[in-house]
Design a protein around this ligand. Structure first.
Ligand code: GLC
Length: 558
């Protein structure tokens, strides 16, 4: 019966119409705890997302990715899951989720779940059983090892969140491995039963009609079976330990086997997408994540471009070109912001031209041939509000690593809806994290009314990206490769029509002669489609002048 109902709901969802929707999508990440609170407990909830779907529709997003809302002890704010097929009461009920799905669908918005395959919570029944003895049916579901001769952990591996990756269990008299917090034991993906159990949870959500998954920490799935000590690297990390290589715990070849299994399953559900959280060293490794036969992830995140963290034209040009051309014709998924990193404005801003720099980054995110991943509040100019006192820190890594690592609270502050108390986040109770200081001016309500706001720049950009044929279908072609002040490229369709994007990476005005002829494009002028500065309706491409950090998008006139 449940299955039948799920199928009915699925059939009633319209999003299956274009199975390739993800190829040029704008995907908006929501951290549900921080988006909108409808029951006044200081914590955002699913109904809060539903209540703001019209805003998201108006912004132009195709899909939302919601970070985990499953039952969880919330040690890692949802990334420690204790039940993969239910909703944490903090966030609502399954009926709330079904309503969200339906209301999103009405507005043409797809819903993507977060899926944590690498580990569960230590409160998950599987782990409780696994830890109860060395001889229970789930004894081998996690990564257990004996102590060494001296009673120490089996090797020197460290948790990404600080200190040894091994935790002693008194009941089993063994250590278990955890790549993240000790409350997040790693599942043993070499065990077939584990894989099947996790795939089963994914089917549960696919049957409900979610549009796919963002796969958490996917390169961490496997560990070296020989459990060799990892080589030390230079320096000391934020937790006071020697830096260590991750060659035995990160991006092992076995990951690809699982990705192929996941893709085979997903293919049974047309139009669904697998996104990967893929922090990788280079485009070569990224390309592998799509699969040799395009049989792995649809959209592994390109974390090379967005995290250059320096406004260097040469670096951006190189990473953009690699991202566009070194992934075997697949679609790149570019991203500048998420819930784990200091917001891009604070990584790229110079303090003086932040507004122009935010528009420049938005333009780079939304005008190449890509799928674009946004993070709530990025479109407003929300900034990172890092705690100044350790006693205010909520994210455990900020307490373990203080003061070198202050945790991720700063980029998770409540969404800024208006300039009322608590920025319209909801309720009168203090939100779980304090609202960012700039909320009086940086908020949805104020910016909606200002035609020149960052929010309206994003809206125009997204609209243009959807309506303009070159931005939709054009190849990505660099121009003026030698400029070290301006990054420029074309989106060029087979009919010879082109849109030019030109971005000034410096604090001085720049004038340049856009070289179109060597790219086989005719034209000396462009009709302005969008610019971050006010100016003429057309531009002279032989003397294109851009103000400091100015962004220009124009249709080349033949
Ligand atoms: C991913 C998540 C991060 C989480 C970690 C462990 O990196 O994005 O927020 O802490 O996985 O699950």
């Amino acid at each position: 019966m449940a299955k039948l109902l799920a199928t009915l709901l699925l059939c009633s969802l319209a999003w299956g119409a274009d199975p390739d929707w993800w190829r040029s999508a704008v995907i908006y990440e929501i951290y549900p705890r921080s988006f909108a609170d409808t029951n006044g407990d200081g914590i955002g909830d699913l109904n809060g997302i539903t209540a703001h779907l019209d805003y998201l529709k108006d912004l132009g997003v195709d899909a939302i990715w919601i970070t985990p809302f499953y039952p969880s002890p919330q040690v890692d704010f949802g990334y420690d899951i204790s039940d993969y097929k239910a909703i944490d009461p903090q966030y609502g009920t399954m009926a709330d989720f079904d309503r969200l799905l339906k209301e999103a669908d009405k507005r043409g918005i797809k819903v993507i779940n977060d899926m944590v395959l690498n580990h569960t919570s230590d409160q998950h029944p599987w782990f409780k059983e696994s830890k109860s003895s060395r001889r229970n049916p789930k004894a081998d579901w996690y990564v257990w090892r004996n102590a060494d001769a001296k009673g120490n952990p089996p090797n020197n591996w460290q948790s990404i969140f600080g200190h040894s990756a091994w935790q002693w269990s008194e009941t089993r008299k063994q250590f278990y491995y955890h790549a993240f917090y000790r409350e997040q034991p790693d599942l043993n993906f070499r065990n077939r039963a584990v894989r099947e159990a996790m795939y089963d949870t994914m089917r549960f959500w696919l049957d409900k009609g979610v549009a796919g998954f963002r796969l958490d920490a996917i390169p961490s799935l496997f560990e070296d079976p020989q459990m060799r000590d990892a080589p030390y690297l230079e320096g000391i990390n934020a937790y006071g330990e020697r830096n260590i290589s991750m060659i035995y715990t990160d991006n092992l070849p076995e990951v690809h086997e699982v990705l192929r299994e996941l893709r085979r399953m997903t293919n049974e559900y047309p139009g669904r997408v697998l996104i990967g959280e893929t922090y990788l060293p280079n485009a070569f490794e990224l390309a592998k994540m799509y699969g040799r036969n395009r049989d792995e992830l649809h959209l592994p995140m390109d974390t090379q471009l967005g995290f250059i963290n320096k406004l260097s034209v040469a670096d951006f040009r190189r990473k953009l070109l690699e991202g566009e051309t070194q992934i075997n014709g697949n679609v790149p998924l570019f991203v500048f912001d998420n819930h784990d990193n200091v917001r891009s404005v604070d990584r790229y801003g110079d303090g003086e031209h932040n507004d122009a720099i935010q528009r420049l980054l938005a333009t780079i995110l939304l005008t190449p041939r890509d799928s674009a991943l946004m993070y709530y509040g990025e479109e407003l100019g929300m900034v990172t509000s890092t705690p100044t006192k350790v006693e205010n820190v909520r994210d455990p890594i900020g307490r373990i690593g203080w003061p070198k690592e202050k945790g991720r609270d700063g980029e998770r502050t409540p969404m800024q809806w208006n300039n009322d108390a608590n920025a319209g986040f909801g309720g009168t109770r203090m939100p779980w994290l304090p609202v960012g200081e700039n909320y009086k001016t940086v908020n949805v309500s104020t910016e909606s009314k200002d035609p020149d706001s960052l929010l309206n720049y994003y809206k125009r950009l997204i609209k243009l990206r959807k309506e303009n044929q070159q931005l939709r279908e054009g190849d990505f072609v660099l121009t003026n490769d030698n400029s070290d002040t301006v990054l420029s490229y074309l989106r060029l369709t087979r009919n010879g029509q082109a849109v030019l994007v030109a971005l000034n990476f410096t604090a001085q005005p720049q004038t340049l002669n856009i070289d179109l002829t060597s790219r086989g494009v005719k034209g000396k002028r462009a009709k302005t489609l969008l610019a971050s500065f006010s100016g003429a309706e057309t531009a002279d491409l032989e003397h294109l002048t851009l103000p400091p950090f100015g962004s220009y998008v124009g249709q080349v006139e033949p």
